[in-house]
Design a protein around this ligand. Structure first.
Ligand SMILES: [Zn+2]
Ligand SMILES: [Zn+2]
Length: 348
């Protein structure tokens, strides 16, 4: 039997980063909350930076952000099952477990969602986060907190987008990913892990650093600043693709993807924002193409991601390119917004 070391004493107050807007982040003393029934207090150890934080980074927030958190349970309220000392990650969306969608396993589209940790309630950039137990996913101590964060937006969101495409296309032979930011790299990696390592995955961006990283992960890079998408595909020997997954949120990228989508092809929208301009007869009806959205991922996808992370650890760890202590979160953001990064992690 492995004995757990006693948990660190939990202080009454601690320093939490607060996003003041216009890229200003200050550390402020706040009370450390106590877990009530069905709640856990997490000592946050790592949180990955995400473009979804940019609203809070530029406009400010009343809570401490961070929605890609890994840490350890340091206190558990009444009626909980998870024991103090358990390591794991926090699923962003506090699903109710009772609604029609939760009963169907669609926990990412819960009809009575109670919280978005890191957006509506304190998230993982602070030293402690109070969560409802149902969103905690234990990982085991063999996975470090930094790599555990890969289970969330990188593998989770990336895997879900591929699974959405598989629902609509039973025989995928090529994938295009538009945008090589951290989510795009996650979609690429999960396409390789879920659809087969020989699956051709074409991937676009304008940032050379990100395209190099995509190539290291097995992608076929296309620099859409240097050539248009059609020529970029041709360069790799393709005229069309079965699946296009957009992580850029750019209207122009989605339209260009539509123009190279094979008949019966599927476009999956993951990146928020912008529009998708369609000519219904030629784009949808004529070729029986499908357009769908993909939102985060379901809690139920986490066990398979954990298994894949254990099996492909070195491959997936390449997506993490920068790490900072949380005290240097401002520096971490400066680096991340300059775009020559994969995933950037802050640790504490
Ligand atoms: Zn994120
Ligand atoms: Zn629900």
């Amino acid at each position: 039997m492995k004995l757990q070391p006693p948990p660190d004493a939990i202080p009454q107050t601690a320093l939490y980063p607060m996003f003041r807007g216009e890229r200003v982040i200050e550390f402020v003393e706040k009370e450390v909350p106590e877990p009530e029934a069905e709640q856990l207090l997490i000592r946050c150890q790592a949180n990955a930076l995400c473009a979804s934080d940019f609203g809070q980074y530029y406009n400010g927030s009343n809570i401490t952000p961070g929605h890609e958190a890994a840490g350890v349970v340091v206190a558990a309220g009444p009626d909980t099952r998870i024991i103090v000392g358990t390591s794991g990650v926090v699923f962003l969306m506090d699903f109710c477990g009772q609604c029609r969608h939760c009963h169907m396993g669609i926990t990412n589209i819960c009809l009575n969602k109670r919280a978005d940790y890191g957006f509506s309630h304190d998230g993982g950039y602070g030293p402690y986060a109070l969560i409802n137990e149902n969103v905690f996913f234990p990982t085991g101590d063999d996975i470090s907190p930094a790599e555990a964060t890969l289970l969330l937006d990188v593998m989770g969101t990336g895997g879900h987008a591929n699974r959405r495409a598989q629902h609509a296309h039973p025989n995928i032979s090529s994938v295009l990913v538009t945008g090589s930011g951290p989510i795009g790299l996650g979609v690429l990696a999960m396409a390789k892990l879920l659809l087969g390592e020989d699956m051709p995955v074409l991937i676009t961006d304008m940032v050379p650093y990100r395209l190099k990283l995509a190539e290291r992960l097995g992608g076929l890079p296309i620099n859409v600043e240097a050539s248009d998408l059609v020529d970029g595909l041709k360069h790799h020997g393709f005229d069309a693709v079965d699946v296009a997954i957009d992580t850029s949120g750019a209207t122009v990228a989605r339209r260009a993807s539509m123009d190279v989508l094979a008949r019966r092809g599927v476009q999956v929208c993951v990146g928020h924002g912008g529009e998708l301009l369609l000519n219904v007869s030629p784009d949808l009806i004529g070729g029986e193409r499908t357009v769908m959205g993909s939102e985060y991922f379901t809690y139920q996808e986490l066990p398979e991601s954990l298994k894949l992370l254990r099996e492909h650890r070195d491959y997936l760890n390449q997506i993490i390119t920068h790490r900072y202590p949380v005290q240097e979160i401002g520096e971490a953001y400066n680096k991340f917004v300059a775009r020559s990064t994969g995933k950037v992690i802050v640790e504490q």
